[in-house]
Design a protein around this ligand. Structure first.
Ligand SMILES: C[S@@+](CC[C@H](N)C(=O)[O-])C[C@H]1O[C@@H](n2cnc3c(N)ncnc32)[C@H](O)[C@@H]1O
Length: 185
């Protein structure tokens, strides 16, 4: 069975082409930025920690990729950089190798999600990896589930992929797709 992060990548890879603009909302060590840079025309990657940009730039250099713009700003400002997006990924929580008190926050995460949903092209997708074992993680998890559950079903499909028998708050995946055609009724 696929792990949630593998599922997240496969979910995005199914729709992203070399013509597409995509967003990595939480750059961290750059694993998702690298993954997306191999698939897309241009990646816009966000993080609020300088360390994330350094690590990610190193990773991209090693792979010889130059199609990612690394932005030292919160993902809630993504609408300043992109107008149409084919796919986006969020990895919520903290960066394991850095200051664990720097975590994604419900209010800015929802603001970024709202904006990304609006800028998503039809057929576009968002993958959200939810880590919630840390302090405050349960509040952000619930805020995201609440936001996603209320998306208009005529415009979006939202789904969840989660193991049912693992201990220690295993991360899980929330997927959003903007429908090709508005569904009436
Ligand atoms: C779980 S880590 C991301 C891991 C990353 N995807 C990777 O492949 O290594 C979460 C990241 O979100 C960042 N972060 C926290 N608040 C943010 C915000 N408002 N906008 C963008 N990134 C933020 C943290 O600095 C941290 O690096």
């Amino acid at each position: 069975m696929k792990r949630p992060l593998e599922m997240a990548h496969d979910f995005l890879a199914e729709v992203v082409t070399q013509d597409d603009i995509v967003v990595d909302a939480t750059m961290g060590n750059g694993h998702d930025t690298l993954f997306l840079a191999k698939l897309a025309k241009q990646v816009y990657a966000f993080d609020i920690q300088e360390q994330a940009l350094e690590k990610t730039q190193e990773r991209l250099n090693q792979a010889g990729l130059t199609n990612a713009q690394l932005i030292l700003q919160g993902h809630e400002t993504l609408d300043q950089f992109v107008t149409e997006v084919k796919a986006g990924i969020f990895n919520l929580g903290y960066l394991p190798s850095a200051d664990k008190s720097v975590i994604t926050q419900p209010q800015t995460t929802i603001e970024a999600l709202e904006k990304l949903c609006r800028l998503l092209v039809k057929g576009g997708r968002i993958a959200i990896m939810i880590y919630y074992g840390h302090e405050g993680g349960d509040i952000e998890r619930d805020a995201v589930l609440n936001f996603v559950s209320q998306l208009n079903q005529q415009e979006y499909t939202a789904a969840i992929y989660r193991t049912l028998n693992q201990v220690n708050n295993p991360p899980f995946l929330v997927m959003i797709e903007k429908l090709e055609r508005y569904r009436h009724g």
